[in-house]
Design a binder for this molecule. Structure first.
Ligand code: BES
Ligand code: ZN
Length: 524
């Protein structure tokens, strides 16, 4: 547990003594309950604290509707322990029952099956064994729209029409993964679009993916997020990393699956554009992070596992799988993946177990093809093996060749355009772009994030008001981190960063606060 107030523990008829060990800032405190003979269950009575890292309590002002409060949980990596006393390791699998009593008749959702409502209490059950980081709860003024027979979307009423439209392909996405990798085993697949302070792009809570509203681009160009979180229903939720050192088994496999799904549903060119942008981001992080953090089987000793969550396990992991696909052929590799998901369904496995299975089921059977793949180097060495081919996208190459924006561009083309601009960019050029394309006022948060970054790096002050609003409203760490980092590089920027951060911090999720405190050198 971490930061729980344990009131008392009951066992059978009576109360039992418990011990709460010393508090480690990362791991928390061990709760030990010695069970008296004949007693194999205990009831722990406890309360959470306001600073519980796994919960964010939003004021009405932080929601779209502005009238009701909102609560949501985020357990990955080790935040379950901040609101539930349990064995908080992905190597442990559990089922759960929950009964939740909301205030004000608000809607309650969990990563489980909704069973009933009695006297205002909502009863849920997850009867498939899941790791604790997949328990999830959200409460707010939420409405539902069906997307397909087993898919749907929850969002605040004001957000529902736009989100339902953006994610209308969800049922098709589920059908596509099933065709590739076998049946979807979790019953329903619903999406929950959270308020903008949600600290991630998405979270693969079973039956109920949590998603940031910042991917609502209007043209489905960021639906890769749904493909990603949905893919976790196979890689991650069905076959789970046993420890956080094995995180790449969750994210690398999922990023590979995500791109395959994107290719099936939105075409090869869309999938290639995403690969090209991902590769650039990977290379940027390989330049930024120390060699120890570039190893897929990362060493996390003494560290918060959230620190292992760079883009490296995602994109380096996916490149390894893509190399295998190329070497063994799509048919053989797809067959392998399907068998991997069946073999380890509802189990948590280590890197060593996954490598074992890869070797016996794939590498040993295709010795000639496997000679091209330096598996040990991929998994245990930093950087990338030499000669990993670059994906190429005609549409992105046209962006560079054309040099001026086009009305028909989607998010990926805009990101390419903005990312390859040499900094600093002259003010006149930025003014002209802004006038022609109203970039400072764009509602596409990925493009806006990139535009604000250029603005900081080019001291384009016309965008600074928008920058402040963005930093105050959005809580998605991936979008915030580069902006604060860029501001901190100049004295004026530092002053501005600290000023905005002091105002914005209270509205950020505890996980976002922890990540950003280090960047802006904030101390309480
Ligand atoms: N499981 C992750 C989110 C996560 C990882 C939360 C580690 C806490 C610790 C989720 O599936 C994810 O990868 N989300 C991405 C979006 C995706 C489209 C790459 C994100 O939030 O950026
Ligand atoms: Zn993921």
């Amino acid at each position: 547990t971490r930061d729980l107030q344990i009131r008392r523990v009951e066992c059978g008829e009576g109360e039992v003594e418990f011990q709460l060990g010393p508090r480690d800032p990362i791991l928390g405190s061990a709760l030990t309950i010695p069970l008296p003979p004949g007693c194999d269950q205990a009831i722990v009575h406890y309360t959470t604290q306001p600073q519980a890292s796994g919960l964010q309590w939003l004021t009405p002002g932080q929601t779209a509707g502005k009238r009701h409060p909102f609560l949501f949980s985020q357990n990955e990596s080790i935040h379950a322990r901040s609101w539930i006393p349990l064995q908080d390791s992905p190597g442990v699998r559990i089922t759960y029952d929950a009964s939740i009593q909301p205030v004000d008749g608000l809607r309650v959702l969990m990563s489980a099956q909704h069973r009933s409502e009695e006297n205002g209490a909502h009863v849920f059950r997850m009867d498939l064994p899941i790791p604790p980081y997949l328990i999830a709860l959200a409460i707010g003024d939420l409405e539902f729209a069906a997307l397909g027979p087993r898919t749907g979307i929850y969002a605040e009423p004001a957000m529902l029409p736009a989100t339902a439209h953006e994610f209308e392909d969800t049922e098709r996405l589920v059908e596509t993964v099933e065709r590739l990798y076998g049946p979807y085993r979790w019953g329903r697949y619903d999406l929950l679009v959270l308020p903008p302070s949600f600290p991630f792009g998405g979270m693969e809570n079973p039956c109920l993916t949590f998603a940031t509203p910042t991917v609502i681009a209007g043209d489905k160009s960021l639906v890769g997020l749904v493909s990603h979180e949905l893919a976790h229903s196979w890689s991650g939720n069905l076959v789970t990393n046993a420890t956080w050192r094995d995180f790449w088994l969750n994210e690398g496999f999922t990023t590979y699956l995500e791109n395959r799904i994107q290719e099936e549903v939105y075409g090869r060119e869309q999938a290639l554009m995403e690969q090209v942008l991902d590769r650039r981001e990977l290379e940027k992080e390989l330049r930024e992070f120390p060699v120890a953090d570039q190893i897929l089987h990362i060493d996390l000793k003494g560290r918060d596992p959230d620190e292992g969550c760079t883009r490296i396990p995602y994109f380096k992991g996916a490149l390894l799988l893509r190399q295998m696909e190329r070497a063994f052929g799509r048919t053989a590799f797809d067959r392998f993946l399907r068998s991997y998901f069946d073999r380890f369904a509802f189990q948590s496995i280590t890197t060593a177990e996954a490598l074992d299975y890869l070797r016996t089921e794939l590498f040993d059977r295709f010795p000639k093809e496997s000679a091209q793949i330096p598996l040990e180097e991929w998994v245990f060495e930093p950087g990338l093996p030499s000669g990993v081919p670059y994906a190429r996208s005609e549409r992105l190459e046209n962006v560079a060749a054309r040099g001026i924006p086009d009305r028909a561009w989607n998010t990926q083309e805009w990101l390419e355009f903005l990312q390859i601009m040499v900094r600093p960019v002259e003010r006149a050029k930025l003014e002209e772009l802004d006038r022609a394309w109203t970039l400072t006022e764009t509602g596409n948060f990925e493009i806006l994030g990139e535009w604000l970054l250029i603005s900081i790096e080019s001291a384009y002050e016309a965008a600074y008001q928008r920058l402040e609003r963005f930093l105050t409203e959005v809580g998605r760490t991936k979008l915030l981190r580069p902006l604060y980092t860029a501001l901190m590089k100049t004295p004026d920027g530092q002053t501005l960063a600290k000023e905005i951060y002091a105002k914005a911090r209270a509205g950020y999720h505890p996980i976002t606060q922890t990540a950003l405190d280090k960047i802006v050198h904030f101390s309480k």
